[in-house]
Every structure is written in C-alpha cells, then in structure tokens.
Design a protein around this ligand. Structure first.
Ligand code: GDP
Ligand code: MN
Length: 417
C-alpha cells in the first residue's frame, strides 16, 4: 500500500523524524491561506500523486499530447516556457495560489507515471528551506540478508537507481536487526559516511534512529527520503518522503489502512480485494484465472514461453464459491485489452467437477466476448473435462499446462485477427 507524501510526513513527524511543516489543500484559494498560515517566506507547492519525479514532471491539461509531455518530463525534449512543474517554489500568497491553480485538476506526467500521467487532486503547501546539502536515505528489505537494510548516500536529489548503477560504492549500507533496531554505532557510522559533523551529526543520529524505528513498527516495505537535506543552519530534514506498507501486515495497522487513496489504485484490483480475490493487472492480452500464487507464476511463464503476454492474473485461492468465480470472470473481462481467458485450476481439496459446474454457470451468466480455454487437473479432472465438453458451450479444453498455454496464445491471436 502506498501513501501520499503529505501523509508520510505526518506519520514521520509524529514518530519524531524532522519534516518541514505543511498543509494539504484541494483549492487554489486554500493554497493562498495556507501560505499565510505557514508564516510566509519561501514556500513549496507540491502535487500529491503516488509517483516521484514531480520536480521535473509537467502538469498538463487535456489539450497537451501526453507522449510529448512524457518526453519533456524525461528530459528528452526541451521544456517550453510556462509549462507547470509538479514542485514549485513560491514567495508570496499570490504565487502560491497561482502555482496550486497550475496543478489542481491537471494531470501530472513524470518519468515514473508514464504517458498516462496521474490526476492531481491535492497539493501540499510546505515551508521551504535553504539547502546546504542534498543526501539520500532509504530503507528496503534485502531478501538475501533477510532483513531491512538502511541505504544512504551523499548523492541525493538524483535518481538512486542511477547511483546504484554508475557508482555503487557511494551507497552506504547498514543491515538492521529487526529485534534490536538501528544501533547507535550504526547510526553514527552512517552519519560519518554522509559527512555530518558536530551538532548536525547528533541530529542525524536522532533522525536515523526514529526513522528506522518507525519503518520497523509500521511494517513499511519501502521507505525513501530523497532528498534528505542539511539546511544552511545545520538542521537535518526530510524534504520528500515515499512510503509503501506491506499489505499483508495491514491487519495490525488499522490506522494506516485508512490512509489508502482509492483514486490512485487500479479499479479492478480494488474490486477483487473487496471479494476476497487477489488480482494483479499486467500489460498483455491474456487473462488468467488460477488457484494459488505458484500456479499463477508458472501459468504466466508458460504463456510467455509460447509467445503470449498475460493481461492479468486472478487468484481465486483454495476454496472459491460460485459467486466468487462469477465476480472473478466479470473482473477479468472488464478490461477491453483482454483477447482470451485461460482458466488453469489444480483441484486438490476442491474437486474439478464442482469447478466445471461453477464455470458452466458463469458461462451462462456472463458475456464471454473472447475465447475461453480451460485446463482442469487433479481430483475428478476427467469428470470435469467431460462436463465441459458435453455442455455444448464454446469452451476449449486443454490437457496439461503446455497444451493450455499453446491453445490460449493461438486463441488470442485468432481473436485479434
Ligand atoms: P520529486 O521530484 O517528486 O522527487 O519531489 P521532491 O520533493 O524531491 O522535490 C523535487 C526537488 O525540488 C528537490 O530535489 C529540490 O531540489 C526541490 N525542492 C523541494 N523542496 C525544496 C525546498 O524547500 N527548498 C529548495 N531550495 N528546494 C526544494
Ligand atoms: Mn524526491
């Protein structure tokens, strides 16, 4: 689960991590008032979308070609005068109002959003700071070490992926013991590596320890502060913040679950979650209905191996009932890009003849505008297959995963042609 920058900063502030003061608004008029409320001076107006690269991004209306906007946001084309950015520095209430108006209701295109962009519905008005140094700080899960790792580098402000690729030696790493948290000596070592000294280093240690404590306690799966700045007064501050939380840990963070912004989520994924199904949207044209995550992975591998591309996969889990299967098909078929559906079920506890009956019932209730390929394996598979074949419906049955993948790839190609 992702949250907005303003939400992340609120959470960090409460956890004792230094962040600039800010007010989130939804209208330009409120932006002017927020400017005054923050005490004037240098203020930053920031588009709130679940994507980075906003500083170089462009806020555009429907009249602007999105591919062109993406080329500008990625630095491939020069930025025309007057094209609004997703992060703007202002020095008066009137400027704050103008900056907010240039973003709200527009679409922000950045190198991370792709050409589609994301709608700007809120902007954060936040106190601006003079930057002496721009650093980077992040915590991610290292699956080889089986623990979170703090990553820090003096190369802040730029894309961390670039630093990792070109100058990996510049990234400091401290693995964290989840029981002990970040130890004092580790925090001091990072601060030293970042070139923080004296009072600033002391502030850095407090910042790091509170930040890592928050990450561990909130089950964040990714936490990134880019840039982490040192101000001209020697303060250490999170100027930007990106937080992702582990969806599987949400049951113990009811307060965080309320922060989800449904406008930013894939509508099909939300719909599936409401019915207790897990759905993942992808870029291809073959929809997959499977039971079990491992089977989903091998199904998609085989589709790709035989020259197809999965459009999505929907995992109905161990014991799907008829209503869930119906809803599953509705979700799969709701995407116009789908050209064929593959049902790949391994009947273990669930019996294949029961699945076949649910499939046939679904077939009669739903408009299958594309070919349907079904592979049933496991308990009562022969019986299930027979039911499908004798039903008279236009269902293509398959034996084995390879046969199923080949048939669905061919069916999708025929459907396009
Ligand atoms: P991102 O582009 O989406 O990662 O958004 P950021 O919050 O990182 O802001 C982009 C850039 O705007 C930063 O890297 C800074 O260079 C600049 N910026 C943001 N806030 C301030 C501020 O308070 N003072 C100054 N001088 N620059 C800022
Ligand atoms: Mn940033």
């Amino acid at each position: 689960m992702k949250v907005h920058e303003y939400q992340a900063k609120e959470l960090l502030g409460k956890a004792g991590v230094a962040v600039p003061a800010g007010i989130v608004v939804t209208t330009a008029g409120e932006a002017a008032k927020a400017y005054e409320a923050l005490g004037g001076g240098l203020v930053v107006v920031k588009a709130q979308v679940h994507a980075g690269g906003r500083g170089k991004g462009v806020a555009v209306g429907p009249e602007v070609d999105r591919a062109e906007a993406l080329a500008i946001a990625s630095g491939e084309k020069p930025r025309p005068d007057g094209m609004a950015k997703g992060v703007q520095l202002v020095k008066s209430a009137a400027e704050a109002e103008k900056a907010a108006a240039s973003m709200l209701g527009k679409t922000l295109v950045t190198y991370q959003t792709g050409a589609e962009g994301q709608a700007i519905k809120k902007v954060l008005i936040t106190v601006g700071h003079d930057i002496a140094r721009e650093l980077y700080l992040g915590v991610a899960i290292d699956r080889n070490l089986k623990r979170p790792v703090v990553m820090a580098t003096t190369e802040g402000g730029v894309e961390i992926e670039k630093v990792a690729e070109e100058t990996p030696e510049k990234i400091l790493r401290e693995p964290v013991d989840v029981g002990l948290g970040l130890m004092d000596f580790q925090a001091r070592r990072i601060c030293k590596g970042l070139g923080l000294t004296g009072a600033t280093a002391k502030k850095g240690v407090v910042f790091l320890k509170n930040f890592v404590k928050f990450v561990l306690e909130s089950d964040a799966s990714l936490a990134e502060i880019n840039p982490l700045i040192v101000t001209d007064k020697g303060d250490v501050l999170a100027l930007d913040c990106k937080l992702n939380f582990d969806d599987n840990a949400m049951f113990r963070h009811k307060d965080l679950a309320g922060l989800v912004d449904e406008d930013e989520e894939d509508p099909s994924e939300l719909r599936a979650a409401r019915s207790g199904l897990s759905f993942v949207s992808l870029d291809g044209d073959i929809a997959c209905l499977v039971n079990g995550a491992g089977l989903a992975m091998s199904t998609m591998d085989l589709i790709k191996y035989h020259g197809g591309e999965p459009a999505n996969f929907l995992d109905v889990g161990g014991g799907a009932d008829k209503d869930q299967v119906l809803e599953a098909f509705r979700i799969l078929l709701s995407s116009p890009k789908v050209n064929a559906v593959l049902v790949n079920i391994f009947g273990g506890i669930m019996q294949c003849d029961i699945i076949a009956k649910a499939l046939l019932a679904a077939y009669d209730e739903i408009d299958f505008r594309v070919p349907l390929v079904v592979r049933l394996e496991g308990t009562n598979s022969e019986l299930g297959k027979e039911l499908l074949e004798k039903s008279g419906r236009k269902i293509i049955t398959a034996v084995g995963l390879t046969d199923a993948a080949q048939k669905v790839v061919a069916a999708a190609k025929r459907h396009v042609a």
